[in-house]
Design a protein around this ligand. Structure first.
Ligand SMILES: Nc1ncnc2c1ncn2[C@@H]1O[C@H](COP(=O)(O)OP(=O)(O)OP(=O)(O)O)[C@@H](O)[C@H]1O
Length: 580
């Protein structure tokens, strides 16, 4: 409802047909910019092919209506279907690519499609294009001028409503997490490639909708509006306005639609010659905005607005405590685990078992292979040999997002938190694998009950670690100790029964370490099983029921803290004492 004012704009400009045209262009540009909000702003991927998705849909409806005499509404279905299909094709091939490969792949597809549209003259009419598309008709009346502007803005309004559900949902949080840190996202159940692909599909379909509307607005299609240059323009407008937020992309679309028109008149006057000089002007504008407001103009303006904090959840939480099992039963077994990095054998046949309700510490000098063992057990890296069993089920080589839902969660040596999310939202990321709402449910707003329960669970988890007073703060406000606690809260919210903590005491002050030890002992008493790596011997020896000691990738001792402290191999590894 916040954006209902959009629907008033056509009435405001009713006496000015020229501005009604501009309004329609604004609505279409804003849709493409919104598609980039999903793709770039939330999922952190860059596409130079949004205009190509528009083009696919525009040509689909043009061919269907002109050649087969079909209704434009059938053209809409075909357009959306075809842009989805192309997004699936390109996405499936490229979302696994890292770094610059995805943007490069989208450029290649964009250019290829543009060339095809220009050269398949028999089908597409080449650069001359296809003319005389039928107008859209609603309730028997043709949509033109005012009606078209109103219709486009109405669809934009609906789209904003749907996409507005995304950011405050499990999917929005997961996309943001994925953008920041794919391994952390996977460790609480997000399948990175799948989620990226879905974001890519959604983004392609939104651009397809804009393409359909574009074709029936101009009632003419040719390759020019669907060129690489156009894709760059959409990316520039979204980034300049602020691709991370809906108001940002709307601002970008509004500014650039007005600016484009104005520059087209002004630049020939200033330069004394005709030509597409707007593109150069865009470059300068983008450089200036990125220099002075790198998160886009909206972020710049937003600072002047009063900050809005969310509310605390009140719903009944998902159960926080893990289901009880028999204390002392084996929950995790590692057999002969091996991992080599080039010539270096980082883990050389390590075996140990973890029993329900115990705290097992994995210790060893720097480079002993502790973190690598952690990564092998959690699926972050595949082992070269050996096997891992979780609750009796073999999980060797499974990716983290498949292992986590079975009841195993981890923290990281350096806390992997997401600064732009609140403390509560960071904890709620843990509930990803316990909640179900998919894209369709989220976009239709049918996820709120589940979401409230997820947030409530996260809040309970924050309470358990003593961070509830900071729930609505941004996560980057937390001290190092609080960040460690937040990672533990995220694990508790995830419902994991086995908690793997990588150096939980690192960077903590003495008092904080005592509180941490108290918390971890309490969790073990409640039935959680803990495996931790830490360098602080006082913390480890005071906390652990059993200790496994590694050196040069091998297990050199295992036993109670007292037993391993007396072990000559351990003393030799730590203190350099001679082994008798
Ligand atoms: N991705 C990698 N590529 C190459 N070598 C690696 C990689 N990860 C770890 N190593 C090497 O494997 C060995 C074991 O490293 P690991 O981080 O597991 O040790 P650690 O016991 O956790 O050490 P620390 O206590 O310093 O964290 C080290 O020699 C390290 O340099």
């Amino acid at each position: 409802m916040r954006y209902a004012w959009l629907l008033l704009l056509p009435f405001l400009f009713l006496p000015f047909p020229y501005y009604l045209t501009l309004l329609t262009f604004f609505a279409l540009s804003a849709m493409v910019a919104l598609s980039l909000h999903v793709l770039t702003g939330l999922a952190g991927m860059t596409s130079f092919a949004q205009a190509a998705f528009m083009g696919v849909s525009a040509y689909a409806t043009a061919l269907l209506t002109l050649r087969l005499g079909a209704s434009p509404w059938l053209g809409l279905l075909a357009g959306l279907g075809l842009s989805l299909l192309f997004a699936l094709l390109i996405g499936a091939l490229t979302v696994r690519l890292k770094g610059h490969f995805l943007p490069l792949a989208t450029i290649a597809w964009q250019v290829a499609l543009y060339i095809l549209a220009g050269n398949l003259v028999g089908l597409t009419g080449g650069h001359t294009g296809l003319t005389d598309l039928p107008p859209l008709r609603l309730l028997g009346l043709p949509l033109e001028g005012f009606a078209y502007a109103l219709f486009s803005l109405f669809l934009l309004f609906l789209l904003i409503g749907a996409l507005g559900n995304l950011r405050p949902s499990r999917l929005g949080r997961a996309l943001l997490a994925l953008r920041g840190d794919a391994l952390a996202a996977a460790s609480f159940g997000v399948d990175p490639a799948r989620l990226r692909l879905k974001a890519f599909l959604l983004s392609g379909v939104i651009a397809g909708l804009a393409g359909f509307l574009y074709a029936h607005f101009l009632r003419f299609v040719n390759p020019t509006p669907f060129s690489l240059e156009a894709s760059i323009k959409y990316l520039v407008m979204a980034v300049a306005g602020g691709v991370g937020s809906i108001p940002g992309v709307l601002l970008g679309a509004g500014l650039f639609t007005g600016l484009e028109d104005w520059l087209k008149d002004l630049l020939p006057l200033l330069l004394g010659r005709e030509g597409n000089y707007e593109t150069i002007a865009y470059g300068f504008i983008l450089a200036a905005i990125l220099l002075f407001a790198p998160k886009g103009l909206w972020a710049f303006l937003e600072r002047a607005l009063p900050a809005r904090k969310g509310a605390l959840p009140k719903a009944e939480p998902l159960p926080l405590k893990p289901p009880s099992g028999v204390r002392g039963e084996e929950v995790l077994r590692v057999e002969g685990l091996r991992k080599a990095f080039g010539g270096l054998l980082a883990v050389a046949g390590v075996s140990f078992a973890l029993r329900r309700g115990e705290i097992l510490a994995l210790i060893g000098p720097n480079g002993a292979g502790k973190s690598t063992t952690f990564n092998l057990v959690t699926g972050a890296i595949p082992p070269d040999g050996g096997r891992v069993f979780l609750f009796g089920r073999e999980v060797t080589g499974l990716p983290p997002y498949r292992i986590h839902p079975l009841g195993l969660g981890r923290t990281f040596q350096h806390p992997h938190l997401f600064p732009e999310l609140s403390v509560l939202e960071n904890a709620a990321l843990g509930t990803y694998a316990r909640t179900r709402a998919g894209f369709l449910q989220v976009l239709l707003g049918l996820y709120r009950k589940e979401e409230e329960r997820a947030l409530s669970t996260a809040y309970q988890a924050l309470k358990r670690v003593g961070l509830e007073g900071l729930a609505l703060e941004r996560a980057d406000r937390l001290t190092a100790g609080q960040q460690r606690l937040l990672e533990i809260a995220r694990l508790l919210a995830s419902g994991a029964e086995i908690l793997l903590l990588d150096e939980p005491g690192a960077g903590l002050r003495a008092g904080e370490k005592r509180e941490l030890a108290h918390l971890l002992k309490g969790l073990a008493r409640e039935g959680y099983t803990l495996l931790l790596v830490d360098h602080d011997m006082d913390l480890v020896m005071g906390l652990a029921d059993r200790v496994v000691v590694m050196n040069y990738g091998e297990k050199i001792a295992e036993g109670t803290p007292k037993e391993v402290q007396k072990n000559p191999l351990v003393r030799a590894a730590y203190l350099g004492e001679e082994v008798a």
